[in-house]
Design a protein. Structure first.
Length: 357
């Protein structure tokens, strides 16, 4: 199969491409705008493969999208290109509207036009896989708000996005489903929990804390740090996404989670504990933890029910949070050059997303 991966130079997209090239016979066309979070250094291990091609294209550019489809003739699309950082969406929502909504619309239309012209067999086999987030569902009851068994996000959970980021992703999900319903375009949707692992841009919690800790900087915790997230190792996610695009049923939605609910403060304390062992110093890394004003509209709890993925597509995560986190920390310790190269002068791990009164 030949798969067009949008956003393939990003964190999850690059993991998907590495997985496909390393573990299958399929070919990949990586289509990426190369914004601040997209970096071809994450694909050094596969860039010379004869099954890999790169196209420097913005999904908002319909002319270029049409050229790519006609030139490469993909059998499937895995759409990961998106603005994804909640804090950035609070202070600059425009990019999120353009990329996540307008860009998805452009990609859908370019793909649909291409699909309509395919021969019957190729048309029947074609797939458009849209990769989304659990944040579209809003938040869930927190243990300090409700006793007993707590609910999880399922594929039937109603959408209730809280941030400009999650609202833009919810909008793109609705577009994808509308193209299925209205045009019969063969789409699938996946919604995943928080990813972590190697090659993660250091504005996100885990790489930010690792790098700040090593440099003796403060480790900022929003509010009380009791926000709960379900953590999914990125390589487990890549395996799941490939399962969906090759084995998933058209029109279906699949939730992908790591089965690892942790409070943010637990995550940071665990990182500090591992660093105390791997890179010991005179003081404990946890002494660098600092509590800061919470993020506006911060969801308190996310948790994914992956039963459908397990039952229908025979996928479960391999990594526990502890094994995946240790692998992640060890990767950052041995890849400091990558970390320096991906951080340009416009972002030095300062706080983003504060609203000026």
């Amino acid at each position: 199969m030949k798969i067009l991966v949008t956003g393939g130079a990003g964190f999850i997209g690059s993991a998907v491409i590495r997985y496909i090239i390393d573990n299958t016979e399929d070919s990949v066309i990586n289509l990426d705008k190369l914004t601040y979070a997209g970096n071809l250094e994450s694909l050094k291990s596969v860039e010379h493969s004869d099954r890999y091609a790169f196209e420097h294209v913005d999904i908002c550019n319909r002319t270029e999208l049409d050229r790519v489809f006609l030139m490469h003739k993909p059998d499937a699309v895995m759409h990961l290109a998106a603005e994804s950082h909640v804090d950035r969406s609070i202070t600059g929502p425009s990019d999120f509207i353009q990329t996540n909504i307008v860009g998805t619309y452009n990609l859908l239309e370019a793909a649909r036009e291409y699909w309509n012209a395919l021969a019957d067999d190729a048309k029947k086999a074609f797939r458009f896989h849209h990769i989304s987030t659990d944040e579209v569902y809003g938040d869930l009851p927190h243990p300090d708000e409700q006793e007993g068994e707590l609910p999880l996000f399922t594929e039937q959970t109603s959408y209730a996005p809280s941030s400009p980021y999650s609202a833009s992703k919810a909008s793109s999900d609705h577009l994808v489903r509308a193209w299925l319903r209205t045009y019969g375009f063969p789409t699938l949707v996946t919604n995943c929990s928080n990813n972590y692992g190697p090659f993660h841009f250091p504005e996100k919690l885990i790489p930010l804390v690792i790098l700040n800790a090593l440099e003796g900087k403060v480790l900022p915790i929003y509010g009380k740090g009791d926000q709960i997230r379900d953590w999914l190792f990125v390589e487990d996610h890549a395996r799941a996404l490939y399962k969906v695009v090759t084995k998933g049923v058209v029109g279906e939605t699949y939730n992908i989670g790591g089965h690892n609910e942790k409070q943010n403060i637990e995550v940071v304390q665990t990182i500090c504990s591992i660093l105390d062992t791997l890179v010991p110093k005179n003081t404990k890394y946890a002494e660098q933890i600092t509590y800061v004003t919470d993020r506006p509209g911060h969801d308190r709890r996310y948790a994914i029910d992956s039963t459908k993925m397990s039952a229908e597509l025979n996928w479960t995560p391999i990594e526990t949070f502890e094994t995946g986190l240790r692998k992640t920390i060890e990767w950052y310790l041995t890849n400091q050059k990558w970390c320096k190269n991906v951080q340009d002068g416009s972002y030095q791990r300062e706080r983003l997303g504060e609203i000026n009164s």
